[in-house]
Design a protein around this ligand. Structure first.
Ligand SMILES: C[S@@+](CC[C@H](N)C(=O)[O-])C[C@H]1O[C@@H](n2cnc3c(N)ncnc32)[C@H](O)[C@@H]1O
Length: 323
């Protein structure tokens, strides 16, 4: 179980979450439970931990790992914390901390049948984090449902894929011809056209890496879930409670940075225009710059290279009544 997933930036994020009022800490992305274990080790006497994951396999592995440990395991999407937490803790209970360690786990990437990774060419093109979620399309169903134009836009937006139009047309042709069933098929079709496309990163990463990333983000509506969780978090936390988010690409990190800054300073307005009446800060940002892994951590865990951590503290709710 120790090899399920090596957690990143453990000391930095557990230190931030430990320094909160006694109460409940929520690990919204339980995965293999590495961060949850570190939290239990650090705050066992003052806080209890609730671990949430939308992947039932992660929950099953965590159940085996944690046994009798004081952690409550919940299946669900972190965007649904506003309903999951009352159902778990009781109505009106606010929590002391929320951790979101975004994206997929090493275990999901290493599971040959989940379709997340180029290195397992026989995986079905699935990529759903919750394989029993009928509302989420598989990657293949998503490809089949989109015309080449929207597919190209998706690849460009979520994967920053160069020559997305050429790649999208090739993928659609392959799907129509029945040549697209597995991760290996997708990687081969992308490679077939990417050879001819100048790419700053060619030679460093497989030409299909960013195509896989884009499809995974879309299949799981990862950015939508993040936006909704960022919007909901201030209401879920006690005053002085903390939100810690670890992102792995700029699309996520930009959203986190923007949401925290908006909660601290309010909307960007023309000079001398006052903030909307009744506006009050929800966040005090704790990380003016994102926190990154040290070279030593990256040497041990290459996945830490792209990790960016940001954190904020719930600003005190005003007790003043508005006239
Ligand atoms: C990077 S891993 C977390 C690893 C974990 N911190 C650890 O130490 O093992 C991300 C996990 O979050 C889950 N996940 C991603 N998006 C989610 C969401 N919107 N709601 C709930 N779980 C999510 C994934 O299924 C995966 O297990």
């Amino acid at each position: 179980m120790a090899s399920y997933h090596l957690p990143v930036l453990v000391d930095a994020c557990t230190a931030l979450l430990a320094d909160t009022p006694a109460g409940v800490l929520v690990d919204g992305t339980l995965g293999g439970g590495g961060h949850t274990q570190a939290l239990l080790d650090r705050v066992g006497a003052t806080h209890r931990v609730v671990g949430v994951d939308r992947d039932r396999d992660a929950l099953a592995a965590a159940r085996a790992r944690f046994g009798d440990a004081p952690v409550t395991l919940v299946h669900g999407n972190f965007e649904d914390l506003p309903t999951l937490l009352p159902a778990t803790l009781g109505a009106g209970v606010r929590v002391s901390g929320i951790l979101l360690d975004l994206g997929v786990s090493s275990w999901q990437l290493d599971a040959p049948d989940r379709g997340f990774a180029i290195k397992h060419p026989d995986g079905a093109l699935d990529m759903r984090m919750d394989q029993r979620d009928d509302a989420a399309p598989t990657a293949l169903a998503l490809i089949e449902s989109l015309e080449a134009g929207p597919l190209a836009r998706l690849l460009g937006e979520y994967g920053e894929v160069k020559a997305a139009g050429t790649i999208a047309r090739r993928i659609k042709e392959a799907a129509a011809a029945g040549r697209l069933a597995t991760t290996g098929d997708l990687a081969r079709e992308v490679s077939a056209v990417s050879r001819f496309v100048p790419d700053r990163k060619a030679g460093k990463i497989h030409p299909a890496t960013r195509v896989f990333q884009a499809l995974r983000i879309a299949v799981n509506d990862e950015l939508g879930a993040l936006d909704r969780a960022l919007a909901a978090a201030p209401d879920l936390l006690v005053d002085g409670g903390r939100l810690v988010v670890i992102s792995y690409h700029s699309l996520e990190d930009r959203r986190v940075k923007h949401a925290l800054r908006l909660g601290e300073r309010g909307p960007d307005l023309p000079p001398r225009m006052p903030l909307p009446a009744g506006w009050a800060p929800t966040w005090r940002v704790l990380t003016k710059k994102s926190v990154e892994a040290t070279a030593a951590e990256i040497a041990d865990n290459p996945r830490a290279r792209s990790a960016r951590m940001r954190a904020a503290e719930r600003a005190p709710r005003s007790t003043r009544r508005l006239a």
